[in-house]
Write a new protein. Structure first.
Ligand SMILES: [Zn+2]
Length: 274
């Protein structure tokens, strides 16, 4: 029951993330009701019920019949699923205990103790990840405001893990270390292989994860990027030189390293036998 509520919260947030994904790269205001991209007609609340409206309207605008992108419900669904996974993960790793039947759900959600703050930070990181993933995928842009939000949520997460000033400095050093390979690639290829947005993203990644997990995240990002790139080239969907956004792969690497660090180390160990 609690997880269903979390899922519904996730798809509602996902609906808002869709707005950010489309409007931040275009530098539009994020307030104001959504309009149809095509006929510009304002959509009413019943056209905007997450996931449900998309299928109820047959994936097209009620007024002009233009198809809506399938990415909208995908973002909502993915956000819902990730919210649930975060709660389950935190519960399994003993960092958060789900409210039992006797506890009131509202109480657990609203009391601002450390556990709740940690969950807010993690759900924030996941939400920001969704925006970066899809904004970069759709428009090849990672808005600065979202980069800043990732850094802020990462900081909040580290605070809930009891970060000391010394450890904070440590994380900053990690941030620079993890950023360096991406910065070099950016400089050597003159921004062709990756943009400066990827450099900034790598900085936050190192700050959040530390040096080892941060480099592991880069590694996963490169492997995932190369794999998808090769598949696309084989399928002739992308020409060899055409640009594939790298941000989504960094995000995949970051989330894997954040939630599955221990398992990943084991896999890499057995793979490279060290
Ligand atoms: Zn329309």
């Amino acid at each position: 029951m609690f997880l269903i509520l979390i899922f519904l919260l996730g798809i509602a947030i996902g609906s808002f993330l869709n707005v950010l994904i489309d409007r931040l790269p275009a530098e539009e205001k994020i307030t104001g009701r959504s309009r149809c991209d095509h006929c510009k007609k304002k959509l009413s609340w019943y056209d905007l019920v997450p996931i449900f409206s998309y299928f109820y309207l047959g994936a097209k605008c009620r007024y002009c019949g233009k198809k809506f992108s399938f990415i909208y419900p995908v973002v909502e669904f993915v956000t819902g699923v990730m919210f649930v996974l975060v709660i389950v993960w935190a519960n399994q790793t003993g960092q958060y205990s789900m409210p039992g039947k006797t506890e009131r759900i509202g109480e657990a959600l609203l009391t601002l103790h450390n556990q709740t703050l940690m969950l807010v930070a993690l759900l924030g990181i996941v939400s920001v990840s969704v925006v970066i993933f899809f904004a970069d995928f759709k428009y090849q842009i990672i808005p600065d405001s979202v980069q800043l939000a990732l850094f802020a949520f990462s900081f909040l997460y580290l605070v809930t893990q009891g970060i000391t000033p010394a450890k904070f400095l440590n994380q900053i050093v990690s941030a620079f270390l993890v950023m360096t390979p991406i910065l070099l690639l950016f400089l050597i290829t003159k921004g062709k292989a990756m943009g400066f947005g990827d450099v900034k993203l790598a900085f936050s990644l190192g700050f959040l994860l530390g040096t080892l997990a941060g480099l592991m995240a880069l590694y996963i990002g490169f492997v995932a990027g190369a794999t998808i790139g090769l598949i696309l080239i084989t399928l002739k969907m992308k020409k060899l030189r055409s640009k594939i956004a790298f941000g989504p792969f960094l995000i995949i690497g970051m989330l894997s390293a954040l939630f599955y660090k221990i398992q990943l180390v084991q896999i890499l160990r057995s793979f490279y036998s060290f």
